[in-house]
Write a protein that binds this ligand. Structure first.
Ligand code: AMP
Ligand code: ZN
Length: 472
């Protein structure tokens, strides 16, 4: 079965081929660990997990790298190209009267717990940006040597005018952005083009009191020993190269990264490494709440804790995510989550029954594979599950085996074995007494015994062969 993927850079669905046989190298831009990640962020992690599980399902080994950004991501970085604002880690440290290291550890722990509850498989590598400063410095040196970067007293900038197809990922027109004509904010007058971005900040000016700083070989008249910290974009270029080499099969991230962060990653990596950076660019759309952008100020920046506090299993949220295509916006409401809960429990109950697992239905497996291999169409894949449940052609035990197989991709945590319940002797005795009562046509006694068994917490059902006992 071939996998088709919508590639942001070509704006087309393409048939996937891996660089190495049966192995796929993926980089996923991870969280900036200064706050509890909301359920929108969780949608991004869930999506990377679906990509990885689908590749596993069709026979690939996956090497997934997801970083933790624990330095250098300024508050202005996501919204413009101006390298403005303060470091998010520093802001959080001041807010919580703590250190950036403690902030990072605290929020990494919460994040790891949350993504485990969502049943996402752990990445192969989870580098922290602060552990790879040497890799970043080395890449900046290469860019300086090749003339793609220039030094100012405040920072080292990447010269975007040196790159031919700077906007090839976003397909935006660049001319209107250059030289400050209408877009961008050249806060530093020594910056040559509005779209130039910082590779290294010297600990001067707004960053004089930066809490996380390192020595570097770079020279500024304003600081000693080149002291400063890396720009956010160089972090991903350096870490992906460290673990995955110059060219990756796939790079994932949220759509807001297309025009700036990922555009800048391409510019840096391709200029430094002289080769194509990424074969397939995949971007997930955002989650909305009540039709609006998620926001702390309106109280809609829900976290997984908010979901569980209302009594929902985290896997209900995963089921909810599965119902939409990753390239569509998805609207979260509590009503929609309740509907997901009902649908999820219906399948869960079926999978928890004590019917044994039979064999996988090849017909349904091929329908499911076709759906998920069509650019990860999880909604269509879920529809196959429901169609299978309704089928009168497939036995219950084969249905169970088939859904267990699909769960390799869906990740809904369905049972993989039949759990045999231990029936207490007293219940067994009562059941045998009821057999005698029935043989004597004493229906009243038989009903009474059944009620007694129910009171003990078990359900007795008559079957063709005798009876069957399950937990209430
Ligand atoms: P951040 O910590 O802000 O860098 O975000 C971490 C990840 O979550 C990024 O890949 C974002 O693209 C993604 N993200 C942020 N907000 C949303 C949202 N509302 N829906 C889906 N993904 C989001
Ligand atoms: Zn990144």
């Amino acid at each position: 079965m071939s996998l088709t993927i919508y590639n942001t850079i070509s704006k087309k669905k393409e048939t996937f081929t891996s660089l190495l046989p049966n192995k796929v190298k993926i980089y996923h831009c991870g969280p900036t660990v200064y706050w509890v990640q909301h359920i929108g962020n969780m949608r991004a992690v869930y999506f990377a997990d679906i990509v990885r599980r689908t590749l596993n399902y069709i026979g690939y080994e996956v090497i997934l790298v997801r970083n933790f950004t624990d330095v250098g991501h300024l508050t202005g970085d996501n919204i413009g190209d101006a390298d403005t604002g303060v470091d998010r880690m520093q802001k959080a440290a001041e807010r919580e009267q703590s250190t950036p290291e403690q902030i990072a550890q605290k929020y990494i722990d919460i994040y790891n717990t949350d993504i485990r509850l969502l049943n996402t498989l752990p990445p192969t590598f989870t580098p922290h940006a602060t552990e790879h400063i040497a890799d970043m410095i080395q890449m900046v040196e290469t860019l300086l040597d090749k003339g793609f970067a220039y030094v100012t007293p405040e920072a080292i900038y990447f010269d975007t005018s040196r790159v031919k197809d700077y906007t090839k990922l976003s397909h935006q027109k660049i001319d209107s952005q250059r030289n400050g004509s209408g877009h961008g904010d050249i806060t530093n007058t020594s910056k040559k083009n509005a779209t130039d971005f910082s590779l290294w900040f010297f600990a001067t000016g707004a960053h004089t009191n930066a809490l996380q700083i390192w020595k570097s070989p770079f020279v500024s008249p304003l600081v000693k020993d080149g002291i400063g910290f890396p720009g956010w974009h160089i972090e991903c270029s350096a870490m992906s190269r460290h673990f995955l080499g110059d060219t990756l099969d796939m790079h994932l991230g949220g759509i807001e990264h297309i025009p700036i962060h990922h555009t800048n990653e391409i510019a840096q990596s391709e200029s430094a490494n002289d080769t194509e950076y990424v074969k397939y660019w995949l971007h997930n759309e955002h989650l909305l709440v009540d039709g609006e952008k998620m926001s702390k100020s309106t109280g809609t920046s829900y976290t997984l804790d908010d979901i569980t506090a209302k009594g929902y299993d985290p896997l209900v949220l995963r089921y909810f995510f599965l119902q939409a295509h990753y390239r569509s916006k998805q609207n979260f409401t509590w009503e929609a989550l309740t509907a997901s809960s009902v649908a999820y429990k219906k399948i869960l109950l079926f999978m928890q029954s004590d019917t044994v697992f039979g064999t996988v239905s090849e017909e349904y497996k091929s329908k499911f594979t076709e759906a998920i291999c069509d650019d990860f169409n999880t909604a269509a894949a879920l529809a196959v599950v429901h169609e299978l449940l309704k089928s009168t052609q497939v036995s219950d035990s084969d249905k169970k085996a088939t859904i267990r197989d699909f769960d390799i991709v869906l990740g809904l945590g369905f049972p993989t074995v039949v759990t045999q319940i231990e029936i207490p002797a007293i219940v067994k005795d009562l059941a045998e007494k009821r057999v005698v009562a029935k043989s004597q046509k004493d229906w009243e006694l038989a009903d009474r015994i059944r009620a007694e068994i129910l009171e003990l917490g078990y359900i007795l059902t008559d079957t063709e062969k005798g009876y069957h006992i399950t937990l209430k």
